[in-house]
Write a protein that binds this ligand. Structure first.
Ligand code: 2HA
Ligand code: ZN
Length: 279
């Protein structure tokens, strides 16, 4: 039996959460955000969601973590694989994606499906897991962490001051909807080596108060209650960054802008509370 036939026959490919991962990674790649093996997604699953497809006692292999996540013990996740190309997820989901269960002691994950050929979960698993822990403390409905190389957000980290307050205000002013979509604003980390526990703890610390954390000259982390929610948040910030880069590359520059008072009027009209340390 060839791998392609096996993929077609595997009923879990039709599961809504696998389809959502396939669709999201394809859209992210088509948006030009996830070149080569850039980007990673993790999605917290409920036991009843995986139960029709998998036996939780059928463990394919156990993968050790170098950072303990006992807070996530016995939780299920579907994740993208380390080194996998988002371009290829739709063709080979069982190669590029994996379903994991965090062990009771939080020191490893049991692989229940996918990541074929000894593949590993995303290199950014520390940042993902620590961010899930952080967001779940804020929002019991939290489910998704998404990291991607949003082109215009990256570009903006070269040309705009790297200050969370001023960066947020600029984004809010680039599209009317922004302050409604992310009233808490964005956080910005200093440049750091990716894939490390340090960038994970710092991302997670910022996730306590924001659902968007920018990694300068690299990309963005977004959190959400669903794939659509996390994706929608990231694409709203990316759209604002695109408008900023367009306006700033235009010879006439900015002729007029949304004022601070207009931002406050928007927040009042939509019933959101903008981050008081930003405005
Ligand atoms: O290669 O995006 O941050 C995957 C990444 C690392
Ligand atoms: Zn990255």
């Amino acid at each position: 039996m060839t791998v392609i036939q096996k993929t077609k026959e595997d009923p879990i490919i039709k599961a809504p959460f696998v389809q959502e991962m396939m669709e999201a990674t394809t859209n992210m790649w088509r948006n030009g955000w996830d070149e080569r093996n850039g980007g990673n997604v993790s999605y917290l699953l409920k036991e009843e969601e995986i139960q029709p497809y998998l036996d939780k006692n059928q463990i394919l292999r156990t993968i050790a973590l170098d950072f303990p996540v006992v807070e996530l013990a016995n939780q299920y996740f579907i994740v993208t694989g380390s080194g996998k190309y988002f371009k290829n997820v739709i063709k080979s989901p069982n190669d590029c994606l994996g379903i994991l269960c965090v062990t009771e002691d939080g020191n490893s994950v049991d692989l229940l499906w996918g990541l074929e050929g000894d593949a590993k979960p995303t290199s950014e698993l520390p940042s993902h897991f620590m961010s899930h822990i952080s967001r779940l403390k804020q929002d019991p409905n939290h489910r998704v962490i998404m990291h991607t190389h949003t082109t215009n957000v990256i570009a903006m980290t070269f040309t705009h001051e790297l200050n969370a307050k001023s960066f947020t205000k600029t984004l809010w002013k680039m599209c009317t909807e922004c302050i409604v979509v992310f009233p808490e604003g964005v956080a910005i980390l200093p440049w750091m080596v990716p894939g490390t526990d340090l960038i994970g703890t710092q991302t997670a610390a910022e996730m306590a108060e924001h659902r968007l954390v920018i990694w300068p000259h690299h990309g963005i982390f977004g959190a959400g209650e669903s794939i659509d929610d996390a994706f929608g948040l990231i694409e709203t910030a990316e759209k604002a960054a695109q408008v900023y880069m367009l306006v700033n590359s235009h010879q006439s520059g900015m002729q007029q802008a949304i004022t601070d008072q207009e931002l406050i009027d928007l927040a009042n009209a939509f019933g959101v509370i903008p981050n008081p340390s930003y405005i």
